[in-house]
Design a protein around this ligand. Structure first.
Ligand SMILES: [Zn+2]
Length: 447
């Protein structure tokens, strides 16, 4: 016999799940607008949603995510032309994604198993172990919100990338800027209020991997890398270093004119035939020289300066030299976010440079660099690293599906694989944790 308390908790939980679904569906509605308007260079704010064929403005009821489309029966009220089912599907998908992540992170008890799968283990340590009224959501919602923002941005990037083979960079910059703000401010508040998070993974202090309490080296390296990136962008802006692939547009135009009319004209893989990819990598290496050099210099300087002011002592536990001055939590969180950004972007860029030098054609786009950098800024460098390797398997799985079912698009750009791999990295956390512990011969708990 359920008690009043049980019923209250259950209805409270259901209300929360419905709220997150509605929130996600509304985010999906915004994503639809972004996906439609960004590639066309249209304003995202104005005008209000219209029928693409007759320009009739949608009423507020017709604008309700999912339901609006169902009420209209998938056709425009005025001109009766079909409205793509992609819109309600995206809205429903993002709604389920947001509600699903909420259920897994905050409503699933740690010991929960269903069909032999340990769903209770998916939530990271910082989101548990309480649930229902004891949910740690109150303390950790900024990070959870950041994950939802990242997921929404990835859905939008995936849709645009699959359609146009480009990623609008604004979609990658928004989560980065928000992550650089939210992580340190959230950490500052938590540190002031209660000294730290109530729950963290063993050996970690924040919701993402951060430099250790004595790792001034990594704080300096993160700062130096970011500073170097800023300098390189300035040098690029004022023409001291040149932008790579600057002549790609001209080359593509003349190449298209040279080929016979027909299928070649709409070849989305035209870029693979651009012959100067190796030459262009030299320009990108010149761009990368400063961030890499300043990251090393920043680490070295931070180590020396802090070591000189605070003094060094030998730590028995870690068998290394430590300073008495600990990295404050807010700086740890910020450095963790910046390191995630640099490592995420850095892996893809390194593969891009080596791949392009090796194969003589552009390997991985700069959009993919920005995409994984955004993932790293939001969820930290370990998840970005894991997602990068998972993406290769996602690519293989997609190719196999394409071979089995035919019809599917033969070739997708890499961005969607990275996006799917990022979601998998969050969902397969227990499995990845076991795998990493096995590989490194030491128990690993991921933040
Ligand atoms: Zn119409």
């Amino acid at each position: 016999m359920p008690t009043i308390n049980d019923i209250l908790i259950a209805s409270f939980g259901i209300a929360q799940v419905l709220w997150f679904f509605a929130f996600g569906a509304s985010a999906g509605s915004l994503i639809n607008v972004l996906v439609y308007r960004l590639p066309l260079g249209l304003s995202v704010v104005t005008p209000p949603s219209r029928c693409p064929s007759c320009q009739t403005q949608l009423t507020w009821r017709e604008n309700i995510p999912v339901l609006g489309w169902l009420m209209l029966g998938g056709r425009c009220r005025f001109c009766k032309s079909r409205i793509s089912p992609e819109y309600p599907l995206v809205e429903a998908f993002v709604g389920v994604l947001f509600a699903g992540l909420y259920v897994l992170y905050y409503l699933t008890p740690p010991e929960a198993r269903y069909l032999g799968i340990a769903f209770g283990k998916v939530a990271p340590a910082w989101a548990g172990p309480g649930y229902g009224f004891a949910s740690p959501l109150l303390e950790t919602w900024p990070t959870f919100g950041l994950i939802l923002l990242l997921m929404g941005s990835l859905v939008a990037m995936t849709l645009v990338d699959a359609k146009t083979f480009t990623i609008p960079l604004i979609l990658t910059w928004i989560p980065v800027v928000v992550a650089f703000l939210v992580h340190p401010v959230h950490a500052l508040v938590i540190e002031r209020m209660r000294g730290g998070l109530s729950h963290t993974a063993a050996g970690w202090v924040w919701t993402i991997p951060t430099p250790g309490p004595n790792s001034w080296y990594w704080v300096g390296a993160a700062g130096g890398g970011l500073l170097g990136l800023g300098f390189s962008l300035l040098l690029l802006r004022f023409g001291f270093i040149t932008r790579s692939f600057a002549d790609y547009g001209d080359w593509e135009k003349s190449a298209r004119e040279a080929t016979e009319a027909g299928s070649e004209l709409s070849d989305p893989e035209m870029w693979t035939r651009y012959p100067y990819a190796r030459r262009e990598m030299v320009k990108e290496l010149a761009f990368l020289a400063l961030p890499v050099a300043l990251a090393f210099a920043g680490g070295w300087v931070a180590d020396r300066v802090i070591g000189a002011t605070a003094g060094w002592s030998f730590d028995q536990q870690t068998q290394g030299m430590v300073t008495s001055l600990h990295v404050p939590l807010w700086l740890s969180a910020l450095a963790g976010s910046v390191l995630g950004y640099l490592v995420g972007g850095g892996i893809v860029w390194a593969i891009r440079v080596f791949g392009s030098l090796g194969f003589g054609k552009e390997a991985m786009g700069l959009g993919d660099v920005h995409l994984l950098a955004a993932v790293g800024a939001c969820v930290g460098w370990i998840d970005a690293f894991v997602a990068f390797f998972l993406a290769a398997f996602v690519g293989v799985a997609w190719a196999l599906l394409g071979a089995v079912f035919g019809g599917l698009r033969r070739h997708l750009p890499y961005g969607p694989h990275l996006a799917v791999a990022t979601l998998l990295t969050l969902l397969l956390r227990p499995l990845i944790q076991t795998g990493l512990s096995f590989l490194l011969h030491t128990p690993i708990e991921l933040p």
